[in-house]
Design a protein around this ligand. Structure first.
Ligand code: NAP
Length: 244
């Protein structure tokens, strides 16, 4: 069986490609989102119980290959995958979409190493739009407590947000026109994002740049390197064909 650690559009595209050709797969999701987009084929929801739990799962389910197609900002599961596959001797590839760092004009954005730094920088502006996900919002609460923040999230955050904040519940993909009207219609003067990469959430950056709005962007966390790294579903399938 091929195990796909999922939660991304790439993981869903890979699951579709593999089920179409009849491969035996299992996709797994953390279970963070109330109504996740489900991949084709069998799906398991919930954590494994750390590295050891994952290693046990790999053995118990006779997993032959693992593709870690989780989000670039999900470093714990990726680190667990590296350690667990190493400990049981199963091949692992990381399927990771390229970041936006190579995009034209990206040198003009304010790159920071953490959400905490992004929050301090955003506090220098009047009306930030936060698009960094629900889990990191807590880092912004104190520095932006009195700002009229707009925060876009898929699900309601677990934390109480300040009364000056407004939440928008939405999920990508987004388009350029919609992002332009959100930014200009709400008087946003700084967009705070993380380097997720990919096309689903790219239009917000294009919109911000075209409107002259500052962009603060959090660099990807560093995770232990998987043996093989691929950036496309086609390459992930080729990798599987040479290891399965
Ligand atoms: P994380 O901090 O790296 O993972 C925390 C724990 O959640 C892991 O130790 C693992 O629990 C469990 N887990 C994470 N991904 C899993 C998966 N695909 N299958 C089974 N268990 C998983 O990750 P996170 O930031 O909480 O993100 C959770 C999931 O949401 C990821 O799968 C990611 O692909 C997706 N996602 C995250 C973001 C983001 O910005 N963080 C954005 C879009 C999608 P155990 O230790 O118990 O195994």
């Amino acid at each position: 069986m091929i195990l796909i650690l999922g939660g991304t559009s790439e993981a869903r595209a890979l699951a579709a490609a593999l089920t179409d050709r009849g491969d035996e797969i299992l996709s797994t999701l953390a279970g963070r989102v109330a109504r996740p987009r489900l991949p084709s084929g069998p799906v398991r929801v919930g954590g494994f119980g750390g590295t050891e739990g994952l290693a046990r799962f790999l053995i118990d389910h006779r997993v032959r290959c693992v593709i870690d197609a989780t989000h670039p900002f999900a470093p714990r599961i990726s680190a667990n995958a590296v350690r667990a596959t190493r400990s049981v001797g199963i091949p692992l590839a990381r399927l990771e979409r390229p970041g936006w760092s190579a995009a034209t004009g990206s040198d003009e954005w304010s790159w920071v190493d953490s959400h905490a730094q992004a929050a301090l920088l955003a506090a220098q502006f009047s009306r930030p739009l936060l698009t960094i996900g629900r889990q990191a919002l807590g880092e912004f609460v104190t520095p932006l407590h009195d700002h009229p923040v707009l925060a876009r999230v898929v699900d309601t955050p677990d934390i109480a947000v300040p009364p000056t904040w407004q939440l928008i519940h939405d999920r990508g993909p987004y388009d350029l026109d919609g992002e332009r009207s959100l930014l200009s219609g709400s008087g946003i003067d700084v967009l705070v994002t993380k380097d997720s990469g990919g096309s689903y959430t790219w239009p917000k950056i294009e919109a911000a740049v075209s409107l002259g709005i500052d962009v603060v962007i959090v660099r990807r966390p560093v995770t232990p390197a998987a043996g093989s790294v691929v950036t496309t579903v086609v390459d992930a399938v080729s990798w599987l064909d040479s290891h399965h």
